[in-house]
Unconditional design. Structure first.
Length: 70
């Protein structure tokens, strides 16, 4: 009877090790995919801001004043 409880504890420890290993891998690989996505959004945002700044400069060259509409 005691040998059966001992085997059950070992199998629970094995499952705990497997689940902990999977969590460790997730903690390592999920942030990398998030960083790649953030870099893509940062690049797109900077391009949009550059386009807006260029349009504002062009409008100033054409009219000699900046627009008041934002």
């Amino acid at each position: 009877m005691q040998d059966q409880n001992y085997e059950r504890k070992i199998s629970l420890l094995d499952w705990g090790i497997i689940i902990s290993s999977m969590l460790l891998l997730l903690v390592v690989y999920i942030p990398q995919s998030i960083w790649q996505e953030e870099a893509k959004f940062k690049k797109e945002g900077r391009k949009r801001m550059s386009d807006i700044a260029n349009a504002e400069d062009f409008f100033f060259e054409m009219t000699g004043q900046y627009t008041l509409d934002g």
